[in-house]
Design a protein around this ligand. Structure first.
Ligand code: ATP
Ligand SMILES: Nc1ccn([C@H]2C[C@H](O)[C@@H](COP(=O)(O)O)O2)c(=O)n1
Ligand code: MG
Length: 264
């Protein structure tokens, strides 16, 4: 049913699709094609598809190649979740992965901090939760991630610091309709994480010893179950996060190099 609707949208006789169709098309693609073939093996077609999702209206010239790509089952974003305790080095390693493999880095914490600084309606709620080292309701965080993915032209994403809980994970699956290909877990002793966070000096409201202790408890209670979940699914890549930044990246590199088409 959804497929025939999608095909009718892609009918070459249409000159242009209205915004409402574009939105429906976007939702359809995300919900119906979440289990398509891995685009990292052939990244080009997805770029075409993604352009279609991200514009408000478009012509059939842009649409045509998408139909071919959908029928050949090669269209969906490549999602990597990047997990680890506070200060384990997630953001630092994400920067290196972006430089080397051209991923788009979406840090859930950064998206939430942007919401605070833009004085959005949820800003003060988010700030209070972050100060307490707790987890922001999934509907807020997933919406921010969804918006960031949909407004990007990229097809490969590092989602850093998410999912922080089973609730986060389930909300992502429900709203985005996809699962990650790979989940990185930076495994770092608490003592080292505390040392790194306390010397970070980025003016974060949660980089103080009281909040760090709470964040470590939340990590053990809520994030470890997510890590175990992905381990059970064979998607987890656990990395010993002790050592220099370059030494750790040497362990990260082969994970992405294994995907043909990732390095550019
Ligand atoms: N391998 C490393 N050795 C020493 N310091 C590091 C290493 N990796 C990162 N750092 C430093 O530790 C601090 C925390 O790193 P980073 O911000 O990448 O952690 P994070 O996992 O993203 O933390 P958070 O969850 O709090 O955002 C930063 O100041 C960073 O420069
Ligand atoms: N999925 C998430 C990610 C982050 N937060 C909040 C709570 C964290 O302590 C804070 C900072 O995140 P970080 O930059 O350390 O990844 O942001 C959340 O509630 N849910
Ligand atoms: Mg970070």
């Amino acid at each position: 049913m959804a497929l025939s609707l999608l095909k009718s949208f892609l009918n070459p006789s249409r000159k242009c699709l209205a915004t409402k169709h574009c939105k429906t098309l976007s939702n359809l693609i995300w919900s119906q094609y979440g289990n398509l073939h891995n685009p990292m093996y052939d990244p080009e077609p997805f770029q075409v598809l993604y352009r279609v999702i991200s514009v408000e209206s478009f012509t059939t010239e842009v649409v045509k190649p998408v139909k071919q790509d959908i029928s050949s089952n090669r269209t969906r974003p490549f999602i990597t979740f990047v997990l680890g305790g506070p200060g384990s080095g997630k953001g630092t390693q994400c920067e290196k992965i972006v430089e080397t493999f051209g991923f788009t880095h979406l840090s859930a914490g950064d998206l939430l901090r942007k919401e605070i600084s833009s004085n959005s309606e949820n800003g003060s709620t988010i700030l209070d939760i972050i100060k307490e080292g707790k987890i922001v309701p999934s509907e807020i965080t997933v919406k921010l991630i969804q918006r960031a993915i949909q407004s990007s032209e990229s097809y490969k994403f590092l989602i850093d610091g998410f999912p922080r809980s089973d609730e986060n994970r389930i909300a992502f699956e429900r709203v985005i309709g996809m699962e990650p290909e790979v989940v990185l877990f930076f495994d770092c002793p608490e003592e080292e994480m505390v040392k790194r966070v306390l010397s970070r000096n980025q003016g974060r409201v949660d980089d103080n010893i009281e909040t760090i202790k709470k964040r470590l408890k939340v990590f053990a209670g809520s994030n470890l179950p997510v890590i175990n979940y992905y381990s059970g699914k064979g998607k987890l890549r656990k990395i010993d996060a002790v050592g220099t930044v370059d030494e750790i990246f040497e362990k990260v590199h082969p994970i992405f190099a294994a995907y043909k088409g990732a390095a550019s």
